[in-house]
Design a protein around this ligand. Structure first.
Ligand code: KG4
Ligand code: ZN
Length: 323
């Protein structure tokens, strides 16, 4: 529950991480079932914690794209029912727009236009954000998302799922120059990204190291070095291309959002690099970086003010651009 698109009155998150952990990744069918189990409880807790009832609400918003269709359908069906029962306007929101909005929830003001780097398990996107929450997409990943490669690399190293936080922690103790992993598309004349090459390099390196007995003999140190070197490659490309966008557009600020925005090395490196060209960096607190309802409610308020109303024919779609 968010008031005026600014004040987070409640932000209840139901994590499914434990359910998917034993499979080493998200199982779509299980995700949908867990959504069904959780949704009514989450809605009532959100209202209770915010100290409001349905009568106090002005509109209901729901993520309807892009994402796993089963999970989206559960949310959309629930939101439609509530909108119908309580006679409230309904708004379907793009998940990525929620991430782009998240930093704003924690700030008094944000300069426009600014550059937003969205890095999550499903997306890597560089966007120029204009007044009125209008977007110009500068570039995105051509293959894997940044978070996806964190999760895959963690899997190769036997570190469980999801992998971002574990690798982040291990990397702090490792040597980022121990292994020179590639930086695909770092120097291309655009804002596109590619991470599958880094992922494959790490995979071959780990297999070779394992065959050579390195991961047993000198296990912990080797894993920390691989984690740090992998992270250095990913963060280097993300920071370099984001800065390129800031310089080219003359934007005064850059925001960092999505699950991977919780990464300590990415936060620190971006801040350092941006300071050199006098640009501000804003990132939301951790609980607004990873998926949450407040960011969806926040951007929905702005869209509501702009006149968006979707009505009960709203559908969920697995894809969806923010153009
Ligand atoms: O935005 P999010 O919660 O869900 C999606 O919309 O995908 O992002 C989840 C992703 C996962 O891939 C996870 O490994 C990654 O964010 N992540 C991190 C960190 N914390 C979460 N990646 C790098 N460093 C972290 N500290
Ligand atoms: Zn997300």
């Amino acid at each position: 529950v968010v008031a005026d698109g600014r004040e987070v009155l409640s932000n209840i998150v139901a994590s499914q991480v434990e359910t998917h952990q034993e499979y080493g990744g998200v199982v779509p069918e299980l995700a949908s079932r867990k959504h069904i189990e959780a949704i009514n409880y989450i809605v009532s807790r959100s209202l209770a914690e915010a100290g409001v009832t349905f009568k106090d609400l002005e509109a209901i918003a729901v993520t309807n794209r892009p994402g796993l269709i089963g999970a989206l359908l559960v949310g959309v069906a629930a939101a439609k029912s509530l909108a119908y029962c309580h006679n409230l306007p309904l708004l379907g929101i793009n998940h990525i727009e929620g991430h782009i909005y998240a930093p704003f929830l924690a700030l008094d003001a944000l300069p426009f236009p600014h550059i937003c780097l969205t890095v999550s398990g499903g997306h890597t996107l560089l966007v120029e954000v204009h007044e009125g929450w209008q977007y110009k997409v500068l570039g995105s990943t051509q293959d894997d998302a940044a978070g996806e490669v964190y999760d895959k690399v963690a899997k190769y190293l036997g570190l469980g799922f999801p992998g971002g936080k574990v690798i982040d922690d291990l990397a702090q103790k490792g040597n980022p120059s121990a292994v020179k992993f590639p930086r695909p598309m770092r120097n291309t004349d655009d804002y596109q990204f590619s991470f599958s090459g880094i992922k494959t390099s790490v995979r071959y390196f780990v297999e070779k190291a394992r065959r050579a007995g390195l991961l047993v003999e000198n296990g912990q140190q080797a894993i920390e070095d691989i984690a740090a070197s992998f992270q250095a490659a990913v963060v280097d490309v993300l920071v370099y291309k984001s800065l390129r966008a800031v310089k080219a557009t003359g934007a005064a600020a850059i925001t960092l959002t999505g699950g991977v925005a919780a990464n300590s090395h990415l936060r620190a490196s971006l801040k350092l690099a941006a300071a050199e060209i006098g640009a501000e960096v804003y990132y939301p607190p951790m609980n607004l970086c990873t998926d949450n309802g407040a960011m969806i409610a926040g951007i929905a308020y702005q869209k509501y003010q702009q006149g968006l109303r979707d009505g009960l024919s709203l559908n969920a779609t697995p894809k969806g651009s923010i153009f």
